[in-house]
Design a protein around this ligand. Sequence first.
Ligand SMILES: NC(=[NH2+])NCCC[C@H](N)C(=O)O
Length: 622
Amino acid sequence: MGVMNEYGGQCLMGFRGLRRRKQVDSENLNINHGHQQLAKRLNVLDLVGIGVGTTIGAGVYILIGTVAREQTGPALPIAFLIAGIAAALSAICYTELSCRCPSAGSAYHYSYICIGEGVAWIIGWGLTLEYAIGASVVARGVSPNLALYFGGEGNLPVFLARHTVFGIVVDPCAAALVIIATILLCTGIKESTLAQTIVTSINVCALLFVIVAGGYLAFKNGWVGYELSNGYLPFGINGVLGGSATVFFSYIGFDSVTATAEEVKNPKKDLPLGIGISLSLSCILYMILSFIIVGLVPYYDLDKDTPISSAFSVYGVEWAAFIVSTGAVMALLASLMGSLLPQSRILMAMARDGLLPSFFSVIDKRTQVPVKGTIAVGFLAAVIAFCMDVDELAGMVSVGTLLAFTSVALSVLVIRYIPPIEVHPLASAGESSSSSGGHGQNMQGADEAVVKDPFISLGDDCRGLILKRDPCHGASVDQETNLGNNNTTGGSDFKCIGVIVFTSSASAAFLPSSSRIILCGIGGAIFLAGTAGLVFIGQDDAAGVFGHTGGFICPFVPYLPAAYAYEGTDFNFTFGSIGTWIRVSVWLLLGALLYLFYGRTHSLLLEASYVPITHTEDIYSP
Ligand SMILES: NC(=[NH2+])NCCC[C@H](N)C(=O)O
């Protein structure tokens, strides 16, 4: 019986652990736990280099042929515009959170602050699909492009050519590219960003060449691609929408910028500019490029694998293929760097929080890079790129990415309606204690500590917060303190219900295809009701507890994040084949087991759990 009780108690604690939330400026906690911060060395230009470099990968060089032929016809630029708007909605959510929580970790970090440890773990774990596996998928694209310089894949030198060993196609060239990117990333954030910016500039020059030379050729030949009998929308509006879901892949990458938030000199100003400029530049380039290519050659004549070089070949400009291939190889390298970089930062953030071994959070003193984590990620990605069939894994990348994007939109909703505890940057343990005017004791190592305004604002009715160490009640600290810390008009429970109703309605889009239309309809109706419910609940207007947050604020809450979360789940569904979903589920299940047996019991929040006592007499009793 006793054992049963103990077991039941542990289970309960395990579930409570899933709801533990980090404090907003938790880098202070990290300092307190002896973790070193990354050096702040990045400015706007660097962020644009990382953003554009990661976003404009080889996707645009390859995707446009198939999408124009099978989904959009000449309306390809419209598909890029729609996908760009969808990406912008997500980017806006990312930007608010990156300004409010400027530590490393991106979607993982935001989910930990806004939703809870369980979801954060799954998002952090799921992000390996986007970044580590994404890097391998990207790297596999290199040998077909390099082959052009050698006159075909058959002529590649033995050490670069693909071989079949024991029935597995190994790709040394892809592994080599991953190793090059890893070495560059280990040299230092400023150095690797410079390399990425140079590589990206070459890629952008190649795209500009395509635009200028292609535009000239198309103009000279009367824009034959647009003189078609079957009109501008041969596959109808559905084709364009389907195409926009496919080309959404070419916008993935702006999120890498937010993963570097801790290394940015002035995050509140530079992150919004970095993300905004990267996304706008990418969208403009994609739209102009696609407008020219579908005008140069009728969409049905575009080549599926090499649409751009083949379009030039039609007019006898064979040599353009060399420029296009150079651009594609540079795009692959930059995109690869942009995938490996955030992965090492996310693992570092998870290790700092105790959810992964501290190996991943060790920062090299000279280069200021988590070198061990970077090498581990590079090694894993190189092995996958070398010997795995990445075509099968590609779907997982999109699902992993969209899971993260959706969680970020939900996090914005949560942060507005159930704001987590915000700690002023100066409120690290010692300072909070001294600022409390003698009421408190030092938080670290003490059994009790009082933290007084202005560092933690608890509203007028509660002038301070007493924290008592108690490992069993980790989840309650933020929940309780939030009651007085925002200007909401509804009760906490009501807000929780609003967010849950909304979330579950959004997830209706995950259900199987036959019933999807009906369920999406029902989901959509509940979604509208949930959103309407949220509209009537007062929200934290993002003024924060210290006045204006000073950073970018997502407009039109709850509509904008709600719309993205709904659309994100829908896009997710579009990407997922059954095989992909089985693989993703197995991966997430593995992650859940790891959390159960490692993360849950090593979490720093378990160690640093405090029970809030909000009775003022307890606080001020002599
Ligand atoms: N983190 C990632 N999933 N990176 C892949 C980015 C792909 C890139 N947008 C492209 O068009 O090729």
